[in-house]
Design a protein around this ligand. Structure first.
Ligand code: SF4
Length: 320
């Protein structure tokens, strides 16, 4: 079982995305009400090797050695804010050498972007996906529950500075939580902000499963459509970019390992797992049923769908 490598998972934004967890535990500069990983245990803005780059890269080498097809993208994120790992340059360089030709994406809450050094380090990535949920101070505090030293204006400025300095792709994500950050004021501010930032893409999303707080609920589809139109966002996350080739040849044992690794971090449905692994849904279903029978996985009903989860998965479900 891997500790830092997870997936590939089928990401609405990235296709078949192999995740790297740069923290190893819930270390983050924020404690968002919608977080899928669960409550933040260490809320900090201190940068240090929270997880050793050599350990992360050793796992990535092992994953590669197993013979899986390359993913569409390697995404640096995981159980907290990846830019808090001061080994970021070494990790990005390692990804390039282990998986040459596979783009490296960084999913960030943008909190450290005011720091020029962090922006310089991120310059080695191909794609950066900063999130910015609200430009209204009270909403920012309520939805993201940031470390007390973080300033919203500086974060917003940091993303604009990154835009100027970074030659790769920037995709902004806005996650809407009903009653928290779906105000008209926020929409107006974000509309002007996006016009200035001109990101390659804006994704407006909402919770697909319950968040860290019970009070965190999804907005309705009408609101989502309105915001997407106003911000020039994609009509919907791009959906399966999955290459349906990857795992047709997986043996049952390796399929079980791949499913367990993918589910160790994030509960998923049968369709999501089959898409992410490029495997026949019937074969995946059989493997999942066996793993549930043998108590290697739990099958949990939520929102009218069956999610498969690692038995140790204690965090509430949240959106990808
Ligand atoms: S959603 Fe991201 S930024 Fe927010 S608490 Fe979770 S890991 Fe941190």
């Amino acid at each position: 079982m891997y500790r830092y490598v997870f997936g590939p998972v089928l990401s609405g934004r990235l296709g078949r995305s192999l995740g790297l967890d740069l923290l190893g535990s819930k270390v983050c500069s924020m404690d968002c009400v919608y977080c899928e990983v669960g409550p933040t245990t260490i809320r900090t803005r201190e940068r240090k090797p929270w997880a050793a780059p050599r350990d992360i890269l050793a796992e990535l080498r092992s994953w590669k050695a197993e013979g899986f097809d390359d993913p569409d993208v390697v995404s640096l994120g995981g159980s907290g804010e990846p830019t808090l790992n001061s080994g970021l340059p070494e990790i990005i360089a390692g990804c390039r050498s282990i998986l040459p030709g596979v783009p490296v994406a960084v999913l960030t809450n943008a909190s450290l972007l005011p720091d020029p050094l962090v922006r310089r380090e991120l310059g080695a990535a191909d794609m950066i996906l900063p999130s910015l949920d609200s430009l209204v101070e009270e909403e920012f505090q309520a939805v993201n529950r940031p470390h007390k030293s973080l300033r919203l204006a500086e974060i917003a400025r940091g993303i604009l500075d990154l835009r100027r300095e970074f030659s790769g792709s920037i995709r902004l994500e806005v996650l809407l939580v009903k009653g928290y950050n779906d105000s008209g004021k926020n929409l107006d501010l974000l509309r002007d902000y996006c016009a200035e930032l001109k990101p390659e893409r804006v994704d407006v999303v909402t919770l697909s499963r319950p968040g860290t707080l019970d009070s965190a609920e999804a907005v309705d589809s009408h609101t989502l459509g309105l915001w997407r139109k106003a911000l020039g966002a994609q009509a919907a996350p791009s959906g399966p970019g999955a290459k349906a080739s990857a795992s047709a040849r997986l043996t049952e044992e390796r399929l079980g390992e791949a499913l367990a690794a993918s589910l160790a971090r994030r509960p998923q449905t049968l369709a999501q797992l089959a898409g992410a692994l490029g495997a026949d849904p019937g074969v995946v279903r059989k493997a999942l049923e066996r793993m549930v029978r043998e108590r290697e996985l739990d099958a949990i009903e939520a929102d009218g769908q069956i999610f498969y989860a690692h038995p140790g998965f204690a965090a509430p479900f949240g959106g990808l």
